[in-house]
Write a protein that binds this ligand. Sequence first.
Ligand SMILES: [Zn+2]
Length: 512
Amino acid sequence: MTDSPLLPAGTTLWISGARVLLPDSDWHAPAMADIAIQDDRILAVAPRFEPRPGAPAPERLDARGHLVIPGFVNAHYHSHDVLAKGTLEQVPLEQWRLYALPAQYPPRSLEEVRARTLLGALECLRSGMTTVQDMLTLYPFDPAHLDTVLQAYEDVGIRVVFSLQYGDRKGLDTVPYWKDIFPAEYHHLLSSAAEPEKRFDLLGHFEETCLKAPAKARRHWALGPSAPERCTPELMARTVDLAKRYDIPVYSHIYESKGMALQARLELQQYGGSLIRRLHAEGCLGPHMNFAHSVWLAPDEIEILAETGAGTVLNPQGNLKMQCGLPPIKALMRAGVRIGLGCDNCSCSDAQNMYAAMKLFSLLATVSEFRKGPPPAMEAMKAATEGGAAGARLGHLIGKIAPGYKADLSIVDLADPSFVPLNSVVRQLVNIEGGRAVRHVMVDGEWVIRDRKFTTVDEAAIFDEVEAVMPTFRKDFADIGARVAMLQPWLDQAQEKMHASDVGIERLPRLS
Ligand SMILES: [Zn+2]
């Protein structure tokens, strides 16, 4: 006789014998558990199930020697520059924009748009991400590009929280000193993350074709006002109105670099030089709001986020590479501000790898203040799962392994040097594993990676599709590189002036 419960009726997949990272388990040594899945949902979890006599046996995965964790949520990402991975290093943010952002490029082919979307999604999935928030700039906007992107996500099978990136102020007007320092004949070359779309109402189009479209299981919508300084109060108000009406999240960049904090100091004197105070006064803050980066938040601004329930998404890889600085991680945690984790663009972070993001988060948290904070590996894991899920307004569906939740899972092989000897699962996930041990990945109850092989798409064929579009991309990237080189003297001058300015807080080590 055994006290184990019977496998629940309706189970379609039984994952047995693995260690399972449950919300209330000891994350250093999670116990063995069985997971019963019915179609797209987790039906039940128990230390062990007994087969149901007489009932047809469901599919069973013997997962002994493995660890089941919730799929990661890549809470900040842009698929528009996947092909630029590995092209840059040591580039300050304001200069990086001139290499990476769609407004710099000639229009792209549908083949390129499809190939880059698939490639980015493959890399996300390989490191156990099951959800990605794509804040996509399509410039100039072409509805066929949008359709291509959405179809690519559907084909590969990752869960997507999709937003278009938009703004209604020109980039040149939102970067300190550029307008004065650059000769006027070069002003048209200085665009930003989302240039105003003049031909038609992008947000209206998004509402009609996306927000009002029939729901799909793995597709969720979001809004992407590029950054508050690139959006007028009218556009922000419209964004918040849509977010509330459709109950969807908003993602916006804030205070990524010192230049962005300086722009606020220069432009928003009526709000004490604070973007957060401006947005608060405009009624834009609330639980639906997510601020990517948040590196140069001041202490009083952190308090306002905590009070209003607005959250952050940290992207440590890009912040370091682009000399932006160290986010105030312990202060955010102490205030109770929601934190998600992202890998941002491929040209600034290179890797769509949540293990890399978690490790940097944990280490930067450690040095963000000398006084002790919460255990950083645990917090990194929570940010990569629950934090990102809550920010997407999907905290009731994903980010945890619990009955009723979506079966979005990553199964990690513990027979990997990362986990031998097994001293602390959570510390070894965050500080040692890099994605090598990810063996199976499931989204919405469907295997997307089984035994390290994609089941939904042909990975080698996608790599061929990428190679086919690279000659055009490389030529355009080289042209852009030459243009940036021509602009370099003025870029350097503006950068120096920005760094010499005082914004009242410091987020960079003293760089000489
Ligand atoms: Zn971004």
